[in-house]
Ligand binder design. Structure first.
Ligand code: HEC
Ligand code: HEC
Length: 411
């Protein structure tokens, strides 16, 4: 065995992928009826301004739930790269800057983001109320729709977003229409909106892929089974030794999902050259703390629980400027390009960066002090790459990779 006892101890902490952490802020999180509705909504292009963009447009199951683009393209080009959704329910904070603290909160944002789907919660409630299949699925999971409060109003209504709130005179039509609704109507729409988020969260909780060659290798170490240990090639085993040793990737890519769940500034070169302008976690912390949809808010099913405590304790700190959440390294194969702006087209590019830190930005301010050029040899880079390739999980249930059948929806 080429690994020391200390190394074996560290390796054991990286596998297997444990059961999903529960999400008490969403009491429907593990309800298959909610997941079925969520799956239908995830693939439904009607939930966009132009009727052509669904969640799956960017999170394409054929591409590891990403889009192959550097920056996401919805109604407009966005400012960040689309992350994978495999194993997403293992993350404590969602998105690169952690501006959501639950999957259901996260799902609400793209619907109204003008760059992503650009529609409104009013339109979403209308689509669900008017489509017999969706409506039946909704009522199976959440009980009767408050139809009276949902009727007799314009379709496109939403509250102001971000800076719109302070520039009232230029507020879009939909925002003015929202202001004109009565309390009951707004509450009814918000309820459908939140339930839709909780349904999509329930679906995304099913997108789990573990059981990689690396996991079989660790099983082999545990059971002293030489055949299973051979699931990792000698090159991948040397890569693993570097991952937890000399290259110290495990400092941030730790635990069985290969993410510490924390935020770091890797001082990456920017996509368009020049200094980094994206405030990352600095903004994300402020946004999640202020949102009515966070774990401590009125729509949470556990407003006094641990997640609520976590978001109440958040403080905006200048240290967090330019920090992004450590991504999982499981299932990398289909999700190039990499990093928050898709800066690197392949894993070779990523490894080359960690090796040389060439083009690193903002050296001397905010960047991670722990990143030093590793100066890897050609063979070492190849070993690391071989190890990362061994984190590719078993294929998932194909029934999750498209919209549910109409009969499953109860139509
Ligand atoms: C226009 C492309 C686009 C669409 C449409 C889109 N997303 Fe995303 N998604 C992104 C991008 C880009 C990010 C990263 C956002 C950021 O960090 O600012 C993201 C982040 C996420 C995350 C967080 C993943 C993580 O690792 O933290 C989840 C979950 C998610 N999206 C689910 C959804 C759902 C559900 C929908 C539909 C309601 C949706 N997305 C629609 C592009 C898109
Ligand atoms: C200081 C913490 C830290 C260390 C050490 C670290 N990473 Fe990362 N890694 C991150 C963060 C944070 C990101 C996302 C950065 C961004 O987009 O701004 C990332 C991104 C990546 C990605 C891209 C994943 C994706 O979905 O885009 C890969 C691959 C990766 N790291 C591999 C490694 C390897 C291999 C090592 C060791 C050589 C390593 N990392 C060391 C924090 C770290």
């Amino acid at each position: 065995m080429p690994f020391s006892d200390e190394q074996v101890r560290r390796i054991m902490q990286m596998s297997p992928l444990p059961p999903l952490p529960p999400d008490p802020t969403n009491r429907h999180a593990d309800d298959p009826r909610a997941a079925r509705l969520g799956q239908a909504l995830f693939f439904d292009e009607r939930l966009s301004a132009d009727g052509a963009v669904s969640c799956a447009t960017c999170h394409d199951p054929e591409r590891g739930f990403t889009d192959g683009k550097q920056l996401a393209l919805g109604q407009q080009v966005g400012n960040r790269h689309t992350p994978t959704l495999w194993n997403v329910a293992h993350h404590r904070w969602l998105t690169w800057d952690g501006r959501a603290d639950s999957l259901w909160m996260q799902a609400l944002d793209p619907i109204e983001d003008p760059r992503e789907m650009g529609t409104t919660r009013g339109k979403l409630a209308r689509v669900i109320a008017d489509d017999p299949g969706l409506r039946a699925a909704y009522e199976a999971a959440f009980g009767p729709l408050n139809g009276a409060a949902l009727r007799a109003r314009p379709d496109d209504v939403r509250p102001a977003r971000g800076r719109e709130a302070t520039t009232g005179h230029t507020a879009p039509e939909a925002v003015r229409a929202w202001a004109a609704l009565d309390e009951d109507q707004r509450a009814a729409i918000d309820q459908v909106f939140v339930h839709a988020g909780k349904a999509m969260a329930a679906y995304q909780r099913l997108l789990v892929r573990g059981d990689a060659p690396f996991d079989r290798f660790v099983e082999g170490l545990r059971e002293n089974d030489g055949e299973k240990v051979e699931s990792l090639s000698p090159s991948a085993q040397r890569g693993l030794a570097m991952f937890i040793g000399k290259a110290n990737c495990v400092l941030c890519h730790s635990g069985p999902n290969f993410s510490d769940g924390e935020f770091h500034n890797n001082a990456l070169p920017t996509l368009h050259g020049g200094e980094a302008k994206d405030p990352g976690r600095f903004d994300g912390a402020r946004v999640v703390a202020a949102s009515p949809f966070n774990a401590a808010g009125p729509h949470s099913d556990d407003p006094e629980g641990p997640a609520a405590l976590r978001v109440r304790q958040l403080r905006q700190s200048s240290e967090a400027w330019g920090e992004f959440r450590t991504p999982s390294l499981r299932n990398l194969a289909q999700r190039a390009p990499f990093m928050h702006q898709g800066q690197f087209g392949d894993l070779e590019g990523v490894i080359e960066f960690y090796s040389e830190l060439e083009g690193a930005t903002g050296r001397g301010h905010h960047q991670e002090q722990v990143l030093v050029p590793l100066r890897l040899s050609v063979a070492e880079k190849e070993d690391l790459r071989a190890f990362l390739a061994a984190l590719e999980g078993e294929q998932a249930d194909p029934g999750l990779l498209g919209p549910p059948s109409q009969s499953a929806l109860g139509r």
